[in-house]
Design a binder for this molecule. Structure first.
Ligand SMILES: *[C@@H]1O[C@H](CO)[C@@H](O)[C@H](O)[C@H]1NC(C)=O
Ligand SMILES: *[C@@H]1O[C@H](CO)[C@@H](O)[C@H](O)[C@H]1NC(C)=O
Length: 181
C-alpha cells in the first residue's frame, strides 16, 4: 500500500516536473522579444528651398516661432542613414511638434518614421514624447509600429548634431532600442 502510494506520488511528481520544464523552456521562448538597435538622422528644416517643416498655428498665428510656447508645427522631414543630408535617404518623419513648455524650451513630439528604403522599407515606428532640445541627450519613447515593427515597444536617445538657430534648421540623431516579436 505504502509502496503503491509513493509510486503514485512519484508519478505525479514526474508529470509536474516535466510540465514545468516544458513551460519554462518552450512557451516563453516563443514570446521572448527580439531586440533591434537602430540609428538614423532626421533633418528639420523650417526655412530654405528644401523646407520640410512649417508652423501652422500659435499665439501669433502661423507666423509664430516654434521656439515659443503654444506653437504647432507640422513636419515631413527626410530620414537618412548618416548625419549628412546627402547620405542615403531611408524614410520620412511625418507628424507634429507642439511647443509645450511655458519657457519655450521643450517640444512635444508625435510623429511616424516611415521607412521607404533599406532593411525596414514598408514598416513604420511611432515616436511620441518630450524633446527638451537644449539638453545634449534626451530620451523619448517608441510607442508602436507596423510591418517588421508590429507590437514594438522601445525608447530612443535624441541628440542635436547640427543646429542653425537663426534659420531653424537642425539635424537630429535618433538612436532607438526596440523590443518586438
Ligand atoms: C542592442 O543593444 C543592446 C544594448 O543597448 C544590446 O544588449 C543588444 O545585444 C543589441 N542587440 C542587437 C541585435 O544588436
Ligand atoms: C545607442 O544607445 C545605446 C543606449 O541605449 C548605447 O549603448 C549605444 O552606444 C548608442 N549607439 C549609438 C550609435 O549612439
Amino acid at each position: 500500500m505504502a509502496t503503491e502510494m509513493s509510486l503514485t506520488s512519484n508519478y505525479f511528481f514526474l508529470i509536474f516536473t516535466v510540465t514545468i520544464i516544458y513551460v519554462a523552456y518552450t512557451f516563453p521562448k516563443k514570446l521572448r522579444p527580439k531586440q533591434t538597435n537602430l540609428t538614423f538622422y532626421v533633418h528639420d528644416q523650417f526655412s530654405g528651398e528644401d523646407t520640410t517643416a512649417a508652423t501652422v498655428a500659435g499665439k501669433a498665428g502661423p507666423t509664430s516661432s516654434i521656439l515659443h510656447f503654444g506653437t504647432v508645427a507640422v513636419v515631413d522631414d527626410p530620414v537618412t542613414v548618416g548625419p549628412s543630408i546627402d547620405s542615403e535617404v531611408i524614410g520620412r518623419a511625418q507628424g507634429i511638434y507642439i511647443n509645450s513648455q511655458l519657457d519655450g524650451k521643450a517640444l512635444y513630439m508625435a510623429f511616424s518614421v516611415i521607412f521607404t528604403d533599406g532593411e525596414f522599407k514598408g514598416s513604420t515606428l511611432e515616436i511620441q514624447g518630450s524633446d527638451i532640445f537644449e539638453k545634449k541627450e534626451r530620451e523619448f519613447s517608441v510607442v508602436s509600429g507596423t510591418g517588421y515593427f508590429r507590437f514594438v515597444k522601445g525608447y530612443g536617445i535624441m541628440e542635436t548634431v547640427f543646429m542653425d538657430l537663426p534659420k531653424l534648421r537642425a539635424t537630429l540623431k535618433l538612436n532607438v532600442t526596440l523590443k518586438h516579436y
